[in-house]
Design a protein around this ligand. Structure first.
Ligand code: NAP
Length: 312
C-alpha cells in the first residue's frame, strides 16, 4: 500500500479525506491545535511552520503522496498578519515542495477561488489570476512555487467548503483562524431563532467537504500534474445559499434578510463573483460535482446518523 500523508487531518477537508482514503492507502495525518482520532489513520501533532519537524517527519515517513489541507485562511486575519500568513501559506508549502523533490513524492495542494478578482462570469483553470487580498496572494504564490518545481503535483482550487467536522462541532479553536464553516455557523444561528443578514452580491461555488475529498482521492491516485477546479456543481450568492440551507433543514426562511456587501465593513477585499468551472476535474477525475441540494441533503442524513449513534 502507498503511504499518504495528510497535513491538517483535523481540518474539515483533511478529516474527510483521511476517512475516505483509509482503506486505499496507509494513511498518516497531522493536527496542530485540535487533537483528533481517525480510524486506520496514524495521527500526530505537527506545526507546519516548524521546518525541522517537517523535515524529520517527511524524511522518516517517506510518503508517496502528501496532501496539504492546512492553511491560515481567515481572510481578514491574513490581511493584517502578513508575516504569519506568508510563513504558513507560502514558506511552509514551498519547503514541503522541496522535500517532495528530494524523496520523489507527489504533492497535492489545496488552493482557493480567491486567486481571482471576481470580475469574470466564470473561471476555468486557464483564466487569468488577480488576487484582491493578501490571503489570495499568498495562496497564488504557493501555487507558482509548486507548479514550477518539476515535481508531480496537483493544485486543487476550491470554494466555500462546508460539512460536518468533529472539531468544529465541539467548537475547538483551529490554528487556521476558522473554527466553523459557513453552513454550521448559519444552522446554529438559525436554529437558535436568530435573524441573519446575508449578502446577496457575493457569488461562489459552495463545495461539500465530502465531495472535495473525492476529488482529492482521485488526484492522489492519479499521476497527472496541473491545476484543477474541484468544486460543487453550482455558483450561487450567499443569501440564496442560506435560503437553501433553511429549506433543507426545515427552518423559517423569514429569519434571513438579503443585504449588500456595503452593509459590512470587511477588512480584506472580496472578489464579488467567483464562479469556478468544474468541467476539467469532473471529466479527468471521474468525480461527480454535487448540486447544493444534494450536498445539503447528504449533510442532513449524516446529522441523523450522528444523532442515532450518539456521536453528537
Ligand atoms: N473553507 C473554505 O471555505 C475554503 C475555500 C477555499 C479554499 N480553502 C482551502 O482549503 C484548505 C482546507 O480548508 P478547510 O476549510 O478544510 O480548513 P480548516 O477546517 O480550517 O482546517 C485547516 C487545517 O489546517 C491546520 N493548520 C492551520 N495552521 C497550521 C499550522 N501552522 N501547522 C499545521 N497545521 C495547521 C489546522 O489544524 P488545527 O485545526 O489542528 O489547528 C486544520 O487541520 C485550505 O488550504 C484553505 O485555504 C478553503
Amino acid at each position: 500500500m502507498k503511504k499518504l500523508l495528510i497535513i491538517g487531518a483535523s481540518g474539515l477537508t483533511g478529516y474527510k479525506l483521511a476517512n475516505l482514503s483509509a482503506q486505499k492507502f496507509e494513511v498518516y495525518g497531522s493536527y496542530n491545535n485540535r487533537a483528533v482520532t481517525i480510524e486506520n489513520c496514524e495521527i500526530f501533532q505537527l506545526d507546519k511552520t516548524d521546518k525541522e519537524k517537517i523535515d524529520s517527519v517527511i524524511k522518516e515517513l517517506k510518503p508517496n503522496i502528501i496532501v496539504d489541507c492546512s492553511a491560515l485562511h481567515n481572510v481578514d486575519y491574513c490581511e493584517t498578519h502578513h508575516e504569519e500568513t506568508w510563513n504558513v501559506n507560502v514558506n511552509s508549502p514551498s519547503y514541503i515542495t522541496d522535500l517532495c523533490k528530494e524523496i520523489n513524492a507527489r504533492f497535492i495542494y489545496i488552493s482557493t477561488d480567491y486567486v481571482f478578482d471576481g470580475t469574470a462570469k466564470k473561471y476555468n483553470e486557464k483564466s487569468k489570476t488577480n488576487p484582491l487580498n493578501y490571503y489570495g496572494i499568498s495562496k497564488l504564490r504557493a501555487e507558482e512555487k509548486i507548479a514550477t518545481s518539476g515535481i508531480s503535483y496537483a493544485i486543487a482550487r476550491t470554494s466555500l467548503v462546508f460539512g460536518w467536522n468533529p472539531g468544529e462541532l465541539k467548537g475547538q479553536k483551529s490554528s487556521s483562524g476558522k473554527t466553523m464553516n459557513f453552513v454550521i455557523w448559519a444552522l446554529n444561528k438559525l436554529r437558535d431563532g436568530e435573524s441573519l443578514k446575508i449578502v446577496n452580491d457575493q457569488f461562489s461555488t459552495p463545495t461539500l467537504a465530502d465531495n472535495l475529498a473525492e476529488f482529492l482521492l482521485s488526484l492522489a491516485n492519479s499521476t497527472v500534474s496541473g491545476i484543477f477546479h474541484t468544486v460543487g456543481a453550482e455558483c450561487i450568492n450567499r443569501y440564496e445559499f442560506t435560503l437553501k440551507i433553511a429549506k433543507i433543514f426545515n427552518i423559517n426562511r423569514k429569519l434571513i434578510t438579503p443585504v449588500s456587501s456595503d452593509m459590512f465593513k470587511q477588512v480584506a477585499k472580496r472578489p464579488m463573483r467567483c464562479c469556478l468551472d468544474v468541467n476539467k476535474a469532473q471529466l479527468l477525475l471521474k468525480v461527480k460535482p454535487l448540486s447544493i441540494e444534494e450536498s445539503l441533503l447528504k449533510m442532513k442524513a449524516q446529522e441523523k446518523e450522528m444523532k442515532n449513534s450518539h456521536t453528537i
